[in-house]
Write a protein that binds this ligand. Sequence first.
Ligand code: ATR
Length: 318
Amino acid sequence: MGRPECLPRFFFSVASFFSYDQLCEWADVASTLTPPARLAVIGDPIGHSKSPQMHNPALQACGLEAQYVRVQVPVGQVKEAFGQFQKNGFLGVNITIPHKFEALEAVDFLDPLARQLGAVNTLAIRDGKLHGFNTDGPGFLRSVKEAFGAEVKDLRLLILGAGGGAGRAVAVQSVLAGCQHLLLANRTESKLAPLVQELASLGSAQVQTCSLAPADLAQQLAKVDLIVNATSVGMKAEDAPLLPAGCLEARHFVYDMVYRASGPTELIQAAEAAGAGHADGMCLLLHQGAISFEHWVPGHTAPLEAMRAGLAAANAGV
Ligand code: ATR
């Protein structure tokens, strides 16, 4: 992590990430950090995470002399890592792949929404206790509102990859927010049955399933407003597009949860070509991050524009 030109008062960590071993000897690391590290993101791998470039400008905008660092934590060590953060005076932690499920079991208090979504992406440490939250779901709702000027409850939703962890969370959060029409698609269709049952227990939404076969999707697209790609398709430039060519309309909203640093995914390109509204994984990163920040720093509204500018600079390689 470099020292951004726009932040002259701060000397951010120059390490790309800290190791689990370093976390266990944090007193040695802490003596080298100004301002002190009070927030972190854990994952494995973690060096690619752009969360520090979003949260450090936010901390500075709020006048808080603290910094946000990356720590690589191996699978199976999440509870121990949380103990180290607690011992060393951290305010909170973001949790990313592959630890969001392990984190569910590693907190003292689990927020009911995190329980329902089946994942913890935010730890807040308050009075020495570990509180687990999920801000991905609320971040999805906020980002839809910002990107499309619409509420999920008023939209008919198609989720591609609803059988995966991210797709399941979007489906559950959307039904909890009042969405009435959901169409779930997954490559392995058998994974959808338990989710359909679970959604039925949450409310009165009409939930249907379909395959990812191009002819099936082309027909179903006429009946939906918001299309969410929750599969990993698009992460690699060589990935074949999920949607058949030419089937998007200008009235569609397209939300690709994938973000590809090398340029827009095929799905985003197809949305642009159709004149449809679109948003990508950066939009979700921003809004889930803003909600996490407000869990850690009560009394502060997250400085969204500072966070957005930090992410834009990170994406531009500044
Ligand atoms: P995450 O927790 O990030 O959602 P995951 O649980 O591994 O990750 O889910 C990945 C999703 O992408 C799944 O819906 C997966 O479909 P399967 O359930 O059939 O595995 C989907 N996916 C991955 N590669 C895909 C591909 N090439 N075509 C279609 N769907 C794909």
